[in-house]
Ligand binder design. Structure first.
Ligand code: 3HC
Ligand code: NAI
Length: 644
């Protein structure tokens, strides 16, 4: 079946594009649209054409799957030009989203109508590219320079009312979009037509305007937004054709860059992770209310994430005082979200008012899911699971947020083990996107599907992890830190390691990150393992913790923090403490340091994969990107080292 069919409504042809799931512009779509222009131009019975799309969206852009292959004619810029030059004027009827190449096709149409709920935008920078079929050249002619710059450099879509205000579309429709577009096309094509967008004049701006915008974008350090800015500037300074040539050359060069390949890898990995193939056809249960046990760092963040996603939460703490503290902690998160514009003040107040914090476990009698986030202590957690088994409905899902303990041991003896699962959130839980989902051997598929569904509702990135110490992320973190300590032992300064990893794209290096989070948590975990008689070699971090250096909170860890400040200063005390464990040696170049540490992460990733702890290399990459600050534009350790 063809991706394009043509209906006729009197003298108006309705071209219906149907290329599921989101009408991405593949070579087949380009050919079909080109052919339709030719056929309808030659048809004397047709006066105008309306382009509508089947399914949930108008055209979501070029088909990203084709980006790794040689381009095939007709090329998208030529198609947009062909639509614009059609003898029978085209009207785009936009529902869902018109993104990237989809919006470019709409800009080639003589008219654009938009459903009131739809949005338009240029998300290309998120894929490491710029619009490649006139987005940077036609948009400033239609919507002005400021709107064009904002759209192509931020990648943020614009909702329908804003698109109308900016002049990107001609009319907004509520209800029957196709019917409205046919009537609109019929009436607007009776008289003289407006100029095609390519023929419209464009304003200019002084050098200072461009240098200010450039300075703002340079702070983020990404190539694509800067190149997109440059392309809009060209569009205001040279002819339409010259600007098109510049945009196309820039698009093609970026498309073939390693960054763009990495970002495409992440794009597809994220979408696959949200809908794991193994759960196809398994219906999740509805989750109407959740209990959280423990309102410390993690419990408060988890409760806030749930509440902000519209899910009523009951939080249990040890006593009334701790419950009041937890209430205040979660309310502070709501207030912070309001301060950043994520909630209104009234919404923050309402969420806080609805949040129930108590020391009475009986309050969990109605919940569909309970998540424990109490101290990382086997006995404490087992007692909590006993309480949950007693008070919760027998079918309520019971989850643990443990970082290192074996979930099988925590819930031993709890009736109906098919409802048990690990939900490993990351700190701060209302911010970090990663959610490791850890099924137990008896976990029912619908419970697993429910966990993935909950992750989607919370806006999290779910990754299934098998049971092992540290699951996927913390296990790789341990290897990464060990490799970083190896470098120190070879004589590389702490600051050189951190600087190399910042240069690679992490916000922080491994040592400054430990100082911020505290060295004691991992230390206590190693000590607990030693107490169980396991062979855990003494790390350099152990030496620091034993000397009272637990990080910023104690005024020193890997660095000194004079006068309680946050500025790390190289520490003579650390040099003395570690003197007999450190050899003198040559300091490798930053790239070599990064290569070694990322290589260590990928080595551990490969072992994790071989053991079946992770399902794919791509999911390991997602864990690192969404939980540990691995730079997205490098695609994750597996992609970067060519292992996934
Ligand atoms: N190319 C190929 N496949 C695409 C695609 C694209 N542009 N956009 C989405 N898909 C696929 C996804 O991989 C997914 O496939 P799957 O079902 O096999 O996993 C499926 O479509 C559905 O995608 P989502 O899960 O994201 O669906 P949603 O309904 O949540 O979101 C959307 C729909 C808002 C359209 C979202 O898919 C989206 O943002 N897509 C990307 C849009 C984009 O980046 N466009 C620019 C492309 S580059 C370009 O156009 C260059 C041009 O200027 C020359
Ligand atoms: P925390 O010490 O900040 O909070 C634990 C809370 O549990 C305290 O408020 C305490 O009063 C409460 N609590 C203890 N026993 C209780 C009981 N019987 N009933 C009700 N409340 C009880 O600890 P944190 O950091 O929030 O960690 C909690 C869990 O989350 C641990 O299992 C930890 O491994 C895990 N985790 C921690 C992360 C982190 O970065 N802090 C990241 C991911 C998981």
């Amino acid at each position: 079946m063809s991706v394009l069919t043509i209906d006729r409504e009197g003298e108006i042809a309705v071209a219906i594009l149907d290329n599921p799931p989101v009408n991405a512009i593949s070579a087949e779509v380009r050919c079909a649209l080109w052919q339709a222009v030719e056929t309808l131009d030659a048809d004397p019975g047709i006066r105008a054409v309306v382009l509508v799309c089947a399914g949930r969206s108008f055209i979501a852009g070029a088909d990203v799957k084709e980006f790794g292959q040689p381009p095939v004619a007709p090329h998208l810029p030529d198609l947009v030009a062909r639509i614009e030059a059609a003898a029978k004027p085209w009207t785009a009827a936009i529902h869902g989203a018109a993104l990237g190449g989809g919006l470019e096709i709409a800009l080639g149409c003589r008219f654009r109508l938009i459903d009131a709920e739809a949005r338009v935008g240029f998300p290309e920078v998120g894929l490491g590219i710029i619009p490649g079929a006139s987005g940077t050249v036609r948009t400033p002619r239609l919507a002005g320079i400021e709107a064009a710059v904002e759209m192509v450099t931020s990648g943020k879509p614009v909702p329908a009312p804003e698109a109308l205000r900016l002049g990107l579309v001609d009319a907004m429709v509520t209800g029957d979009l196709r019917g409205a577009a046919v009537s609109y096309a019929a009436s607007m094509t009776c008289g003289p037509l407006p100029e095609p967008v390519s023929a419209r004049p464009v304003e200019t701006r002084p050098d200072s305007y461009w240098s200010e915008r450039r300075a703002q974008l340079e702070k983020a350090g990404e190539a694509a937004p800067l190149r997109a800015l440059e392309a809009v500037r060209r569009a205001t300074e040279v002819s339409f054709d010259e600007a098109m040539a510049f945009e196309r050359a820039t698009f093609l060069a970026l498309r073939d860059s390693p960054e763009a390949a990495a970002l495409r890898h992440v794009f597809f990995a994220e979408r696959a992770a949200l809908r794991p193939a193994a759960l196809k056809g398994v219906a999740p249960r509805g989750i109407a209310s959740v209990g959280v046990v423990g309102g410390g760092t993690m419990g408060a963040g988890i409760a806030a994430a749930l509440a902000m996603a519209g899910i009523p939460v009951t939080l249990i703490e040890r006593d009334a005082e701790a419950a009041a503290r937890a209430h205040a902690a979660v309310s502070r998160i709501f207030e912070g979200a309001a301060a950043r514009g994520k909630l209104t003040g009234a919404e923050a107040g309402a969420l806080s008012g609805r949040l129930v914090c108590t020391d009475d476990y009986a309050a969990l009698g109605h919940v569909d899911l309970a998540i424990e986030a109490v101290f990382e202590d086997l006995a404490v957690k087992r007692a909590v699971f006993d309480d949950l088994a007693r008070v919760c409905r027998p079918d309520a899902i019971l989850a643990t947020n443990t970082s290192y303990l074996d979930p099988r041991r925590l819930a031993e003896g709890v009736p109906a083990p098919e409802r048990l699962i690990g939900l490993h959130f990351f700190s701060p839980a209302h911010v970090m996107k990663l959610l490791e989902i850890v099924p137990l051997p008896g976990t029912a598929p619908e419970v697993l599907a429910t966990a993935f569904d909950l992750a989607r509702r919370l806006g999290k990135m779910p990754v299934r992890a098998g049971i092992c110490e540290g699951f996927i992320g913390n296990r790789i973190l341990k290897r990464y830190r060990a490799a970083a300590e190896d470098l120190l032992a070879e004589g590389v300064p702490v600051a050189a390691v951190d600087a190399a990893m910042r240069g690679f794209g992490f916000r922080m290096g491994p040592f400054e990150a430990q100082d911020l989070g505290g060295l004691d948590i991992a230390f206590l975990q190693r000590e607990a393992a030693r107490a169980e008689g396991r062979d855990v070699p003494e790390t350099l971090a152990d030496i620091l913790v034993r000397a009272g250096r637990k990080g910023q909170k104690t005024g020193g860890g890997w660095y000194d923090y004079p006068e309680g400040g946050r500025m790390p200063v190289a520490s003579d005390a650390v040099a003395r403490l570690l003197a007999d464990r450190i050899a003198g040696g040559e300091v490798p170049a930053p790239d070599a340091i990064a290569e070694r540490l990322v290589g260590a992460m990928a080595d551990e990733g490969a072992t994790i994969l071989a053991e079946g702890i992770a399902d794919s290399a791509a999911e390991i990459d997602l864990v690192e990107i969404h939980g540990y600050g691995f730079p997205r534009s490098k695609g994750g350790p597996m992609h970067w080292t060519g292992r996934g």
